[in-house]
Design a protein around this ligand. Structure first.
Ligand SMILES: [Zn+2]
Ligand SMILES: [Zn+2]
Length: 395
């Protein structure tokens, strides 16, 4: 029988053990596809918890734990955690701060891994569901598409998942609350590189050259018209140029031959993404041509938008009200323009991605050198994952 109160009490009982695990992973952060120690720890814990099968090396360093329900069933649920850290230095000065210099769990993936271990321990002990639960611990969420690597390695063929759930700690959602919405949760995160070619020459005699710095300046301004003039005001888009390179700084009178700009584009809809790409090409080529230069854009697709499926988003919110309390589930929330590779899973199977709040007066944002995952959210996060699995696979 599905009993959320019993479930919450069981998971609370693991809180100190899980906190220890979380801090241990935090002390030993590992970067994309190098999560060897973390993967070994996960596999060892899963076996100790009595998980039926533990598969390692899926999509590089990924681990999948299979937990069979007490009854046969036609449906299986996937629960996902990410294991990788960021290549940045930690400044928290906490007793459990990183010992791997230059690397840090600044996005809380140490906490996600721990919460999924907590859910696995509970589910392996109680087996109060039908079918299978697949606990998916993925590598390389930060920019290197570990989710896609697992899919390319046959994740869904080997482990047929009918509904896939993942969560992320959210220092922008109050502690004690969670947020989930139908539709977009995170944006598609694409990269752009714009190259403006001119003709170098003497800065004092510009009539004999074609100035790529002037053309780049016009391009920079003109591409902001995509958001304000081309995209539906009710839709959202970000076009940011984040780096410009051109000329030399120790001469004052040389017009360079080339200027290079790099940046990012964020969209929620494939149509908008295609529109931005097309407008960028037009604006860059024509603005540069008008100023005697040539311009090109390379548009590099990154993670797709993370789009929750309706049924799974609603089920997550329902279960969340039981785990977090009836007033602690936020469904009226804007999507976020960050990127997330859980998007690849949601393109392949139905599912939902959930934010678990950890915002307090003293919390730091993710990717900040003083950030730390808040251990107080471990039981509710682990409980949410376990309860979703039980609710999905109730027979
Ligand atoms: Zn991150
Ligand atoms: Zn993250």
């Amino acid at each position: 029988m599905y009993n959320p109160n019993k479930l919450k009490a069981s998971i609370e009982a693991f809180h100190s053990e899980l906190t220890e695990i979380r801090r241990d992973i935090h002390t030993h952060p590992e970067h994309a596809y190098k999560e060897h120690r973390t993967a070994a720890l996960v596999a060892e814990r899963l076996k100790a918890y009595g998980v039926d099968e533990v598969h390692t090396g899926v999509g590089g360093t990924g681990v999948v734990g299979v937990i069979k329900g007490s009854r046969a069933g036609a449906r299986n649920v996937g629960l996902r955690a990410d294991m990788d850290c960021l290549a940045m230095s930690e400044e928290t000065k906490l007793p459990w701060a990183s010992k791997n210099i230059g690397y840090m769990h600044a996005c809380g993936h140490d906490g996600h891994t721990t919460m999924l271990l907590g859910a696995a321990k509970y589910l392996a002990k109680t087996r109060n569901f039908s079918g299978n639960v697949y606990c998916v611990f993925q590598p390389a969420e930060e920019g290197q598409a570990g989710a896609k690597a697992m899919l390319d390695d046959g994740l869904l063929e080997r482990f047929p998942i009918h509904a896939f759930y993942g969560l992320h700690n959210a220092p922008w959602v109050p502690l004690g609350k969670m947020a989930v919405r139908n539709g977009a949760m995170m944006a598609a995160a694409d990269r752009i590189e714009i190259v403006v070619e001119g003709k170098g020459g003497h800065g004092g005699m510009p009539q004999f050259s074609a100035d790529p710095i002037l053309a780049a300046g016009h391009v920079l301004t003109a591409i902001q018209s995509i958001a304000s003039r081309n995209v539906d005001p009710a839709d959202s888009v970000v076009v940011s140029v984040c780096g410009i390179e051109g000329g030399v700084m120790n001469t004052y009178n040389v017009i360079p031959r080339q200027v290079r700009m790099v940046g990012t584009v964020r969209t929620y809809r494939k149509e908008t993404q295609a529109l931005v790409k097309q407008k960028l090409e037009l604006i860059v080529a024509n603005t540069c041509a008008a100023l005697g230069c040539t311009g090109s854009v390379e548009f590099m697709n990154g993670y797709p938008a993370t789009i929750n499926h309706k049924r799974e988003a609603e089920l997550s919110a329902d279960v969340g009200r039981e785990v977090f309390g009836p007033d602690n589930v936020i469904t009226e929330i804007f999507p976020n323009t960050g990127g997330e590779d859980f998007a690849f899973f949601l393109e392949a199977v139905p599912g939902a991605y959930i934010w678990v709040g950890q915002k307090t007066d003293t919390s730091f944002p993710i990717h900040h050198s003083c950030y730390d995952f808040d251990d107080r959210i471990i039981p509710s996060g682990a409980g949410l994952l376990a309860a979703i699995a039980e609710r999905e696979l109730v027979s």
